[in-house]
Ligand binder design. Sequence first.
Ligand code: GDP
Ligand code: IMO
Ligand code: MG
Length: 424
Amino acid sequence: MNCCVVGLQWGDEGKGKIVDILAEHSDIVVRYNGGANAGHTVVVGDSRFALHLLPSGSVRPNIICVIANGVAVDPETLIGEIETLAQKDITLNDRLFISENAHLVLDYHKMEDRLREESLGKNKLGTTVRGIGPCYADKVGRSYAVRMGDLTDLDNLKVRLQTIVDYKNKIFSALYNAEPISAAKILEKCKTYAEKLSPFTTDTTQFLHKSIADGKSILFEGAQGSLLDLDHGTFPFVTSSNSSSLGMPAGCGVPAKIVDKFIGVIKAYTTRVGAGPFPSEQDNDIGQYIRDKGNEYGTTTGRPRRCGWFDAVAVSYGITIGAIDCIALLHLDTLSGLKEVKICKAYKIDGQEIAFFPTNAAKLSKACPIYETVPGWDEEITEVSDFDDLPLNAQNYICRVEEMTGKPVTIIGVGPKRNQTIFR
Ligand code: GDP
Ligand code: IMO
Ligand code: MG
């Protein structure tokens, strides 16, 4: 069985936890989009791993991990992650495969991300400043891009880096009055990257197709969420890759039809980091309650996440574009203690009721949520392992989410740990 796990909201839905759990029954886990802007948390016993580039299957010793062509690889972060796992006696040797076609995030990408955000002031996008936008812009622009495979020919890379850095310095100096960066320093770093990462670098498309032919079970791990998708999200407040399941085929060279199940991950409420419209946001005591109880602070940047009620309009949109089969709903435990819980079932925009999610940011920012209010529950549920043992109001809440989204909720999270999971 091949599955693809994607976020259906604005990221941080708990994809890391779900991928880690499903990896137990998989042979291979593949990251196909995004880069170190992702922060996927996996909790194993008392250990907590915050993975940015390594697939969330990596903490299981026998899982093969693939970082496919669609990923923007920050080699420094990746090497750091490989070394952090090695310190915990988890080795990636012979089981990590990085695409030679994956693009590299280099220092000047991160610098450009920061300089641009700073210069935009209050109009900034609120990026993770991990160089993602500038790296993908170079990929699409082609002339100044560097890929993993380029690390195998350092003589050629030296010449190309000089051209690239000359170009970047002219722009950074003219636009931001920035200090010049040194091509030689970047080349030195690239030598280390080559040494440490070349053993893992290969043609991952070929590898995946061979694995499919051999009957291996593959789990595709999306980063970010469907509403942050470059083409289908709330542009420009999105990331720079196709972060819905639509990004999977192009991001790893494998057709979507080999996937047996697309699993959409959602929280029992909604969060968003960075700027952009968020109709059901609760910038009040309710939002703070969720933030505190759910520990809603960014895995990558530590920023407090914006919190709000569950938005069935937004999630249904993610389900529609992503051909989602079933839902994993996490953080149900976070809603314990609320007298009543609200679900956004439609929007009112310019006096008109709308049930299909508008991705146009200007339009969405005018959306007034229309809520259905359901009774909450007081009981803590972090120890519950059976759906029937959940408080009746919590069960009813799940059923209402199913009715509104039209998809079954087959996995429920009641805490960050592996065993704090209910299967139905
Ligand atoms: P991802 O980016 O989608 O992998 O999600 P993150 O790891 O950025 O954020 C999810 C956070 O929620 C992490 O801290 C997880 O450990 C935690 N988490 C996951 N599932 C649950 C759950 O069901 N309940 C609670 N309380 N925490 C959870
Ligand atoms: P995971 O995989 C939540 C958001 C940023 C910003 C926008 C653009 O952990 O769910 P970028 O750095 O990509 O140019 O930032 O996208 N963003 C995320 N928000 N979870 C993520 O990843 C995100 N990756 C990017 O906050 O609003
Ligand atoms: Mg995250």
